[in-house]
Write a protein that binds this ligand. Structure first.
Ligand SMILES: Nc1nc2c(ncn2[C@@H]2O[C@H](COP(=O)(O)OP(=O)(O)OP(=O)(O)O)[C@@H](O)[C@H]2O)c(=O)[nH]1
Ligand SMILES: [Mg+2]
Length: 472
């Protein structure tokens, strides 16, 4: 079995030390330390959420590079599925009470679930794939009032699971939220309930290849989607880190190796037909140019946009067409954000989840004083400073998202450099940084005189400590 082996990092080292200290308190607490340690030593979890048929499973397949997530009307599309790197490929259902049962797979595909979906917490799948080494992906059933049952299932595992039976909860660290136009009020409400921060939520404008008037419209749908994504990104900045336009189907077809030379030849044979006539041809059973079933396969693989605009490239062969598909899918940009931004904040979220586990234990366990001592020591460790700021950011997003204290916390967590943390340009001098930190310090002291909430009180203590550090 392959295990997650990330590079050495001071946050993990500090958490690991704390868990060793916990284990040293006795055999029963060693059990808890092992359970919490399992979170630490597995990749952070990124959950894909969104409306019914938004393209979630297609995107999961594209990212993993294999057609593993069900997109057809299979029962597996109705359960939450966790995709984790690991060999050999295998699957288990996790029942609502936490019991695990193996599930049969054929070439990595789940064929049948032998357990009724309403008894399943989630489906846990392992696949040997470098694409999911740094984060585990969680595919969820679509949200829509039409399918109250699916929605309940997604909620049960992602939201209720946090508070109630932790056994069947997925405990995600970040979310990718898919919508195919402007998100609706109910979707925004669901997202708020998930309890992620804007730093751990990425918006995706999905099915970008059909955006606006679609493939036959006057505007290029990908360009139109890209413009709309930028507008949404600004509008939703309080909820998501950014919004990326994605045509998941194009990347899925390319990354899963579905496209053959025959497909490229057939597509090239359709070159020269007027776009409108081509779309009409797709709906007819005329044997013109290529047989109807081949045209059907092409539209499944490429969509209308891919067929119309990929025809000329197709003459250069399947490899060239694949390259074109990836370049137009938006998925390379998404991978970049997952690796460098969302992934990094998911790691911070996971660390805060681990400290939260210690807090929880301190509430309920007879050795509460010692456990509290371990948690306190962790929070005062300089390596965990960003994690502590993140905890306060979460509390402030709940208590008073519009407070300037929330804005300051977000900037401090979001930016890695001292200049960035203080809202200064990257080339700010050491002197300018000190002066700005001093100014922020005076501001924080002023704010502390008249706070609105307990969360703000607590946050300002940490803000003052942070500006003091930056002023040195
Ligand atoms: N043209 C186009 N079609 C897409 C794209 N992404 C997904 N689709 C199609 O949309 C349909 C639904 O895609 P899925 O990936 O199953 O969507 P989902 O969000 O997982 O659906 P549920 O799990 O049932 O909510 C499938 O027929 C996909 O081929 C895309 O980027 N472009
Ligand atoms: Mg799906």
């Amino acid at each position: 079995m392959t295990t997650f082996t990330p590079p050495p990092d001071p946050v993990r080292a500090a958490l690991d030390r704390a868990l060793h200290a916990l284990a040293a308190l006795g055999p029963e607490l060693a059990g808890h330390a092992n359970r919490i340690g399992a979170i630490l030593w597995s990749p952070p979890r990124i959950v894909i959420v969104g409306r019914l048929k938004a393209g979630k499973s297609t995107l999961v397949n594209a990212l993993i590079g294999a057609p593993v997530a069900e997109t057809a009307a299979l029962e597996a599309t109705n359960v939450v599925s966790v995709y984790q790197d690991g060999a050999p490929a295998r699957a288990e259902v996790v029942l609502l009470d936490g019991t695990r049962r193996p599930v049969e797979t054929v070439r990595g595909q789940v064929t049948a679930l032998s357990t009724p979906p309403e008894e399943i917490g989630y489906l846990h799948r392992w696949l040997p794939s470098a694409a999911i080494r740094d984060y585990t992906l969680v595919d969820t059933p679509g949200l829509a009032t039409l399918t109250a049952e699916n929605e309940a299932r997604t909620r049960r595992v992602l939201i209720d699971g946090f508070a109630q039976t932790r056994t069947a909860s997925v405990d995600a660290d970040a979310a990718v939220f898919l919508f195919d136009s402007t998100p609706r009020a109910d979707e925004m409400a669901f997202l708020a309930q998930l309890g992620f921060t804007p730093l751990t939520t990425l918006g995706v404008l999905s099915r970008a290849d059909g955006f606006g008037e679609g493939a036959l419209g006057l505007r290029n749908p990908l360009e139109h989607a890209s413009e709309h994504a930028a507008t949404l990104s600004a509008q939703l900045s309080g909820t998501v880190m950014t919004v990326l336009p994605i045509a998941g189907l194009l990347a899925e077809t390319s990354h899963t190796g579905a496209l053959t030379e025959n497909d490229a030849r057939a597509l090239a044979a359709l070159d020269g037909i007027e776009a409108f006539d081509l779309i009409d041809l797709l709906d007819s059973d005329s044997p013109a140019a290529v047989p109807p079933e081949v045209r059907g396969r092409l539209v499944d693989l490429l969509g209308e946009y891919g067929m119309i605009h990929g025809r000329t490239i197709a003459a250069r062969g399947a490899a060239a067409l694949n390259e074109w598909l990836v370049a137009n899918s938006g998925v390379p940009a998404l991978r970049g954000v997952l690796a460098h931004h969302l992934g990094a904040f998911a790691v911070i979220h996971r660390a805060s989840r681990i400290i939260g586990e210690l807090d929880q234990l301190a509430y309920t366990h007879p050795a509460r004083d010692q456990i509290r001592g371990i948690a306190d020591q962790l929070r005062s460790d300089p390596a965990l400073h960003t994690v502590v700021l993140f905890e306060h950011l979460k509390a402030m997003l709940d208590a008073d998202p519009a407070s300037p204290v929330t804005t300051e916390l977000r900037r401090l967590v979001e930016h890695p450099t001292a200049a960035g943390k203080l809202g200064l340009p990257p080339d700010a001098t050491a002197e300018a940084i000190r002066a700005q930190a001093q100014q922020k310090l005076s501001w924080a002291h002023m704010q502390a005189l008249s706070t609105m909430t307990a969360a703000e009180d607590a946050a300002l203590v940490v803000l003052i400590r942070t500006y003091n550090l930056l002023a040195r």
